[in-house]
Structure formats: structure tokens, C-alpha cells
Design a protein around this ligand. Structure first.
Ligand code: PLZ
Length: 448
């Protein structure tokens, strides 16, 4: 268990919502939004934020919600972590932007050094910075293609890699991410994932599931055509799917033997979320390239590709970049956030969150709508089914999330079938607040 001191917070770490939210201020903003904001952008929660700190989001009408989503796995250190806020203010006070491609600065170099050390493997590594997860994944593919001189990219069922054109192609789920937005990038091939809960043969091992994918790759694409195999070590949007043990190592080994660049998309699972720095660390897998974003910078937009120096350096000068990539304020935030992760031992915090959450939720498994509880660290999920079957139950997921919200607990759903409740609390959340929120969740599940 973590020995680090518990952080103190500005906002009272207590759930408190009025019966009839959204309140008048949020409702007025919702009206303004209707006229001003594109209808294609949806929000999960109907209130507007005034403040956020620790495990609490305070809305503009005075309602305090427990945050079990972290803005989709971003604010692991908290949404207003003092060291991050201070670093942002300090950096912005000097320069908000110069463009690293025009006039470079130290923060970018330092973030690269930190990531080269933190990511798995002790080989020589290099890093390039961007703004979003999708941009990181796109660039990993660009790097793999130029390094190998090949074009095919292998991705998996249930994968999520972003919303740009290439990453839409890499993403599995049509609605809402891809529907109507094609044509999509070519040379993208999808193979079966290891999804233990939904395997036809529940006995299939990780190695066998990997071989199933490998056979498909070899027969339908040809190993020597494949530039990259891109995989989320724990799938995020697809449903917090943890592949069977041995699946990732077998794929990594095959990639190595066949000159295929193994890309671990750690955008959602990285930076202490699973109780390790990276989700691949649980099985000792060393990727050729790692894509990172979300938790990296305490809420500021920053993403990265880190990997084998010879791969990164196979790109011609000027071949990688972007106006904002590695913005100096975002870099300062990342350096502060990484310090917080180390100093407060957020890996230990994530493991403690798992222990507490499993204690509350495990007794519900197999009863009623709860098909499975899975995940690692503070990346846990419940797969909801129709009682007595494995038939996905998205209605239950929606109803449970709505019931939690009504009580002041923000919970996100996900999954190919929309039937997954996922837990992504800030890693700094207090144990009392977490236990309170889990109690609300357990009650909502039992009411199904
Ligand atoms: N790779 C593994 O989880 C983003 C998407 C939310 P961006 N996941 C949240 C939504 O509905 O848009 C994600 C991810 C993995 C890549 C991405 C993309 O990261 O920063 O959203 O581009």
C-alpha cells in the first residue's frame, strides 16, 4: 500500500447533488449551446463545470459529483493538481508557444528524456510529441511504414484508436465513430482479439488466440507486407477487454520474428492507470513503439510516440511535426504530472483502488445483470448481460449510469455492444469518496 501522504484538496471531497439538476445555470447554458455548438458533439452529463479537484466535479449550480471518469482517463493526478497548475502558470508566463519546429525549448527535450526512460525496454529510444492520441497513433503508423517500407497495418476487433481518417479506419466500431464518414484509409486489416468473456471456446489460451490472429495475418495479408501491428494492451472504448495471458507476448514475438513494428497504444491504459506505468508492463512485453496521451499531462493536450531509436530516426528530417506538437505549456504540465505520479506513487494508488473496488463489486458477479468484472488497477469494468445469459445488456448499462448520475456519481459506459460500465477514477481520489461512489454503483446494479 502507498506510504505517500494523502493529498489535500481545495474542494470538499463530498458528493452533494440537488434533486432537480441540471440547475438553472446549466439549463440556460444548454439552451445557448443548442444555438452555438455543433449537434454532433455529445456530452454525457447535462451540467456545466465550474471547478474540479481530486475526485470532485462541481457544477455552476453548486452540485458536487464524484468523478469516476477522469475526463476519459485523463486527469489521473486530478483536474487541478497544484504542481501541474503551478507549472502551467509558470510556463505560460514566459511563452505559450513558439513552435518546436521553429524555435525549440527545453521542456520538449525533457519530456522526451523522461518518456525514453519510463517506457518499457532498455534499448536506445527516441520520442516525438503531438497533441492528441489519434495524432500519436497516426504518426506511429507513419514511422512504421517508412521504417519497414511496407504498408499494411493490422488492428483488432473492438479496437479504438481515434477519429481522424486513418485512425477511424483503425477503429472497429461504426456507430458513432465512423458511420457515414468514409471512405477510410486503405491497407488496414482487422483480426480477432482475445476476449476471454466472449470466446466461443472458453478454454482457448492467449497463445492460441494469438495464433488465430497470426494465421489470418499470414494467409490474408502476408507477414512481409505488414508494417505495423497496433494494439491496445487493454482495450479501452471497446470494453476494457483484457486479453488472455500470453496473447500480447505471442503477438510481440511474432512481430519481432517477422520484421513487423509492434505498436502498443497506451493512450488510455498508460501512466499508472493499471497499477503499472504501462499496461504492457504486466506481461513484460516490450513494444517497438508506444503511443501515449490522456494521463500524460494532467489534463493538458499532449501526446507522444516513443520507441526504438532506429525506427524514429528512419524518418527524413522535417517528416514529423505539427504546429502545436509538444506545446511548451503542455510539456511543463507533463513534467509536473510525471513528478506527481512518482512522488505520490500513483501505481500503488491504482492498485489500492482496484482492491477497494473489487471488494465492493466482486460479490455482485454472476448475479443478475453482472456478467464479468475485469480490468487492472483503476481501469476496471463490469460487463452487463441479460440475466443467466451472455447476451449484451446495453439498457442495463445506460440505466445504471443514469441512476448513478442522479445520485451524483459520474460513470462512463463503453464497449462494442455499449454494455460495459467502466471505472476510471482520478488516481488521487480519497478512499472515503471512492467507497461512497462504489456504494452508489452497487445499489444501482442491484436495482436492475
Ligand atoms: N487510442 C486507446 O482510448 C481515445 C475517445 C473519446 P484522442 N479514447 C477516448 C471519444 O469518443 O472521442 C483514444 C484511446 C486509444 C487513441 C485514442 C484517441 O485519442 O486524444 O481522443 O485523439
Amino acid at each position: 500500500m502507498s506510504q505517500s501522504p494523502a493529498p489535500t484538496f481545495r474542494l470538499e471531497q463530498k458528493r452533494h447533488v440537488l434533486k432537480d439538476f441540471p440547475g438553472p445555470k446549466s439549463s440556460a447554458l444548454a439552451e445557448r449551446r443548442k444555438d452555438a455548438v455543433a449537434a454532433g458533439v455529445a456530452s454525457t452529463v447535462p451540467v456545466y463545470v465550474q471547478d474540479a479537484d481530486g475526485g470532485i466535479i462541481l457544477d455552476i449550480d453548486g452540485n458536487s459529483f464524484v468523478d469516476l471518469g477522469s475526463g476519459i482517463a485523463v486527469t489521473s493526478v486530478g483536474a487541478s493538481e497544484p504542481a501541474v497548475v503551478g507549472a502551467v502558470a509558470e510556463a505560460a508566463g514566459h511563452f505559450t508557444h513558439t513552435c518546436f519546429m521553429v524555435t525549440p525549448y527545453e521542456g520538449y527535450v525533457e519530456v522526451a528524456e523522461r518518456l525514453n526512460t519510463l517506457t518499457p525496454g532498455d534499448h536506445a529510444k527516441k520520442t516525438v510529441l503531438f497533441n492528441s492520441g489519434a495524432e500519436a497513433v497516426e504518426n506511429a503508423v507513419k514511422i512504421a511504414r517508412i521504417a519497414t517500407g511496407r504498408s499494411a497495418v493490422v488492428v483488432f476487433d473492438h479496437a479504438y484508436h481515434g477519429r481522424t481518417n486513418l485512425t477511424m479506419a483503425l477503429t472497429a466500431k461504426s456507430m458513432p465513430y465512423k458511420h457515414g464518414f468514409g471512405p477510410f484509409a486503405s491497407e488496414v486489416y482487422r483480426v480477432p482479439m482475445s476476449y476471454p468473456f466472449r470466446e466461443e471456446n472458453p478454454e482457448i489460451t492467449g497463445a492460441e488466440a494469438a495464433q488465430r490472429a497470426i494465421t489470418m495475418i499470414e494467409k490474408q495479408i502476408g507477414a512481409d507486407q505488414v508494417a505495423a501491428l497496433v494494439i491496445e494492451p487493454i482495450q479501452g472504448e471497446g470494453g476494457f477487454i483484457v486479453p488472455a495471458e500470453g496473447f500480447l507476448p505471442a503477438l510481440a514475438e511474432w512481430a519481432k520474428a517477422n520484421g513487423v513494428v509492434f505498436v502498443a497504444d497506451e493512450v488510455q491504459a498508460g501512466f499508472c492507470r493499471t497499477g503499472e506505468w504501462f499496461a504492457v508492463d504486466h506481461e513484460g512485453v516490450v513494444p517497438d513503439l508506444v503511443t501515449m496521451a490522456k494521463g500524460i499531462a494532467g489534463g493538458m493536450p499532449l501526446s507522444a510516440v516513443t520507441g526504438r531509436a532506429e525506427l524514429l530516426d528512419s524518418v527524413h528530417g522535417g517528416g514529423l511535426g505539427g504546429t502545436y506538437g509538444g506545446n511548451p505549456v503542455a510539456c511543463a504540465a507533463a513534467l509536473a504530472a510525471l513528478d506527481v505520479m512518482e512522488e505520490q506513487d500513483l501505481n500503488a494508488k491504482a492498485r489500492r483502488i482496484e482492491e477497494i473496488a473489487r471488494g465492493v463489486l466482486e460479490p455482485l458477479v454472476g448475479e443478475g445483470v453482472v456478467g464479468e468484472l475485469r480490468g487492472r488497477g483503476a481501469m476496471l469494468a463490469i460487463e452487463l448481460v441479460e440475466p443467466g445469459t451472455k447476451k449484451p445488456n446495453p439498457e442495463a448499462a445506460k440505466a445504471i449510469a443514469a441512476a448513478c448520475l442522479k445520485e451524483g456519481v459520474i460513470i462512463l459506459t463503453c464497449g462494442t455492444y455499449g454494455n460495459i460500465i467502466r471505472l476510471l477514477p482520478p488516481l488521487v481520489i480519497g478512499e472515503e469518496l471512492l467507497t461512497d461512489a462504489l456504494g452508489v454503483l452497487a445499489t444501482a446494479i442491484k436495482a436492475q
